[in-house]
Design a protein around this ligand. Structure first.
Ligand SMILES: O=C(O)CCC(=O)C(=O)O
Ligand SMILES: [Fe+2]
Length: 342
């Protein structure tokens, strides 16, 4: 708990050595990377099933998932919950130390915990400039009892938020099904059995050129839904170039995880991304990962593999992917390599 960046960083005028990335991984001058307007912002109101524009929304989502592995959505229906949810998370990070100490754990096996840096602080060579709070949130009745009782409205607000973003995530997955030609509901059972809330808190950093909030990685689950608020920090790698993701009011940033990359037989891309810090404004982001159950078998959808597009990955149990991802510290190529057939 003493290790949490938010605990000591306001007194730090320079970076501790083990927060300084090697030169080739450093973000460098933030001004050198453009905040890009190229990433599509898709209006989900246009994707209503009765709407004549649904086909356009399906094409936009599919194209963005192929080209960038990322897109933003607006008019998703959760706008009224965003401020409340971000506020309750900020309150949680500002609870008195004794309350936070009861939530903090360095044990990577604990699913509901406050932590700092990466999943396993003890074994890391370099640390990331972030604190994190995470727990499962679906099905709600299985998990809500393990959530904190402070802030007093935490369970109510986070329960509503988790249920509402689940609907958005499943709607987006159904639009992707339509785009990929998979049957309706393909992703709605074991493939999204788990849902994990992960809240990042990036305090102001004395030297943003040298540190990273999160280093380059791809997400290992099926689909990620991110509320990033108004503070910039997320960058995605496209064709070897970093692009900054513009904060759009009330939008969710959506990205393809490794499991969706595999199920789509490589048609959709799980893009690498990272988080930079800044010297003045704390950044709080609320991430929801939609994930398969541990024993769920992952494989390319049969209809997406044929003679011209041979099956690019073998089938595997999701938990075996997770073990290999963790062993390789999320390195995208080494995480996927044992499961490739081509
Ligand atoms: O905080 C962000 O902007 C992105 C977080 C992220 O990439 C992650 O939690 O996997
Ligand atoms: Fe990520």
């Amino acid at each position: 708990m003493e290790k949490m960046v938010s605990k000591w960083s306001s007194d730090a005028h320079s970076l501790p050595k083990n927060y300084i990335f090697p030169p080739e991984q450093r973000p460098g001058d933030p001004g050198s990377i453009p905040v890009s307007s190229a990433l599509p912002v898709i209006d989900l109101a246009k994707a209503a099933s009765s709407s004549s524009t649904r086909g356009d929304a399906v094409r936009q989502i599919l194209q963005a998932s192929q080209e960038f592995g990322f897109f933003q959505v607006i008019n998703h229906g959760c706008e009224h919950l965003l401020g409340k949810t971000a506020d309750v998370m900020r309150e949680l990070f500002q609870l008195p130390d004794e309350d936070k100490a009861s939530l903090y754990s360095d044990d990577p096996g604990k699913r509901c915990r406050l932590l700092t840096s990466g999943p396993n602080y003890q074994t890391e060579e370099l640390h990331f400039w972030r604190d994190n709070w995470q727990h499962p949130c679906h099905p709600l009745e299985d998990h809500v009892q393990s959530w904190p009782v402070k802030p007093a409205n935490y369970r109510e607000i986070v329960g509503s938020y988790s249920a509402a973003v689940r609907e958005v995530g499943l709607r987006i997955l159904d639009l992707l099904c339509e785009g990929l030609g998979l049957e309706h509901g393909y992703f709605s059972r074991e493939l999204t059995q788990d849902q994990i809330l992960s809240v990042n808190r990036y305090p102001p950093c004395p030297d943003p050129d040298l540190a990273l909030g999160l280093p380059k990685h791809s997400d290992m689950y099926l689909l990620t839904l991110l509320y990033q608020g108004h503070v910039y920090g997320l960058q995605i790698l496209k064709d070897g170039q970093w692009l900054g993701v513009q904060p759009v009011p009330d939008a969710f940033v959506i990205n393809v995880g490794h499991q969706l990359q595999v199920i789509s037989n490589g048609k959709l891309k799980s893009a690498e991304h990272r988080v930079i810090t800044n010297a003045t404004e704390p950044r709080t982001t609320v991430v929801t990962f939609f994930a398969p159950g541990d024993d769920c078998i992952i494989q390319p959808a049969a209809s997406l593999a044929d003679e011209t597009n041979p099956q690019a990955f073998r089938s595997f149990a999701f938990k075996d992917f997770v073990a290999n991802y963790i062993a390789n510290k999320g390195d995208p190529e080494r995480s996927l390599q044992p499961f490739r057939t081509l």
